[in-house]
Design a protein around this ligand. Structure first.
Ligand code: XBP
Ligand code: MG
Length: 239
């Protein structure tokens, strides 16, 4: 029986990668006087590495021609990017994806617990939830597992294991909602069932192990998601 939903944020709740993080990174680069610009396609390639600081570091390994930044400089640049991102979502520039608000309302009405398991920074999550679902909506979530709270980011299972611990529930009673291969690997690694909603960055990825791959949450309601979990074959079911 499903007793909680654990949502990924970036790409799942909203198209934050293309329309939020990418823009915020570019603003922070400009503010810092760095002549870098991540266009939509370049950013898509960089998404193979999760975590903003990790992504900047990865970018520099691909571009030995650019000025080196040490870890402190990367952390400062990333801090500036986070401030830009929070400003942007607080202005309401990134809407929720179709079906997300309805599913959250259904889950709350059914008494399910809600949680977040994401690689992005906690302040980004709170800002997005409050801006899209209404002030105080972040409090609807029993756990917001985010960012550097675990040492290793997705596709490692750590963030889902951390969120499950905080919920106090076994993996078999929690469904993860994800948009990416890294997210599916993370959730499955922690033993969760997972349903995927694709976006333009993730459509062609490998979602082996997911219960279903959908265009958006608009295609399903809570009872359909619950029955997908119940129908999962024992060898596929999370333990
Ligand atoms: C999200 C990420 C994050 C965001 C940026 O992955 O990879 O790095 O792009 O967030 P997922 P920060 O959806 O799989 O959790 O800059 O705050 O790290
Ligand atoms: Mg994601």
């Amino acid at each position: 029986m499903v007793r909680a939903l654990l949502f990924d944020v970036d790409g799942t709740l909203a198209d934050t990668e293309r329309d939020g993080h990418r823009i915020a990174f570019n603003l922070a680069f400009r503010d810092a006087g760095l002549p870098w610009e991540w266009d939509v396609r370049t950013y898509g390639d960089l998404l193979s590495v999760t975590g903003g600081k990790e992504r900047i570091r990865h970018f520099l390994t691909l571009r030995p021609d650019l000025e080196r930044l040490d870890d402190a400089a990367i952390a400062a640049l990333h801090g500036a990017k986070t401030r830009r991102y929070v400003e942007l979502v607080t202005r309401g520039q990134v809407p929720l994806r179709a079906g997300v608000a309805r599913l959250i309302a259904e889950a709350r009405a059914a008494g399910l617990q809600l949680g977040i398991a994401t690689t992005t920074s906690p302040e980004n999550v709170t800002a997005l939830l409050d801006a899209t679902l209404g002030p105080g909506a972040a409090k609807w979530f029993a756990v917001i597992a985010a960012g550097d709270v675990v040492p290793v980011k997705k596709p490692a299972p750590d963030i889902y294991t951390y969120a499950l611990d905080r919920l106090g529930l076994p993996a078999s009673s929690v469904l993860a909602l994800e948009d990416s291969e890294n997210g599916v690997r993370s959730a499955r690694g922690a033993g969760l069932n997972v349903v995927v909603t694709v976006n333009d960055y993730t459509r062609d990825q490998d979602f082996r192990g997911a219960l279903a791959v959908l265009e958006s949450l608009d295609e399903v309601d809570l009872s359909r998601l619950t029955s997908l979990c119940s129908a999962a074959a024992p060898e596929d079911a999370a333990t």
